[in-house]
Design a protein around this ligand. Structure first.
Ligand SMILES: Nc1ncnc2c1ncn2[C@@H]1O[C@H](COP(=O)(O)OP(=O)(O)OP(=O)(O)O)[C@@H](O)[C@H]1O
Length: 193
């Protein structure tokens, strides 16, 4: 008998290689081929103004969106917000959108977490929520950043080394075949639900 496919799929790769695009296309394809599936979670995308990147937003799979980080905000409360480069991270907004999506409920067929990165990890509640998903019996597709200067963010290292997690490292030459491989693995997992 073939071994059971891993339930935790982690996609990584250099910035801008296409992790979010891969996840979004996979969700689209899965929804078309398995319309009854309950897929929950969120992805993050850039916010651009006049061609310039001014921040990032969280988009939930049921269509809600809100701020993750911005270079354009200077309200009194944002003075205390954590920063990544020129961006201030709106942890409260992230938590409001993402945490309810990560609650482990048995009617969920697949969790999407794009991404578990430096900005998201400023939320003290975020990583424990991700771990509960990873340790549940429900399939999860998550994206994680590559180590920088040979070092992983500690939370990211824990996911990467999680027993049973499969890590897919994208580059521009393999991202389309990787997408097919991940689709096949998820399809096999979905047949079991
Ligand atoms: N398979 C692909 N074929 C062609 N273009 C692609 C493909 N995947 C991604 N792109 C393009 O590359 C750019 C970056 O993609 P994307 O935002 O998905 O990368 P990312 O790895 O999630 O980035 P980040 O590290 O910033 O989160 C986008 O303009 C996207 O349209």
């Amino acid at each position: 008998m073939a071994a059971a496919p891993s339930r935790c799929l982690l996609v990584t790769g250099p910035p801008g290689v296409g992790k979010t695009t891969l996840v979004m296309r996979l969700v689209e394809t899965l929804r078309a081929s398995h319309p009854h599936l309950n897929i929950r979670g969120f992805y993050t995308r850039e916010v651009r103004e006049n061609g310039e990147r001014v921040g990032f937003e969280v988009v939930t799979l049921d269509g809600r969106n809100g701020r993750l980080a911005s270079s354009k905000i200077s309200s009194p409360e944002s003075g205390r917000w954590p920063t990544v480069g020129k961006y201030k991270v709106d942890v409260a907004s992230l938590e409001l959108l993402a945490l309810p999506e990560l609650q482990v409920k048995q009617d969920t067929d697949l969790f999407i977490i794009d991404e578990v990165g430096k900005m998201e990890l400023f939320s003290p509640a975020f990583f424990p929520a991700v771990m509960r998903v990873m340790e549940s019996n429900i399939p999860v597709l998550a994206t994680i950043p590559m180590p920088r200067y040979g070092r992983d963010i500690p939370g990211v290292a824990r996911l990467r080394n999680h027993p049973g997690a499969d890590v897919f490292t994208l580059n521009t030459g393999n991202r389309d075949t990787m997408r097919e491989g991940i689709y096949n693995q998820l399809s096999r997992l979905m047949q079991k639900t």
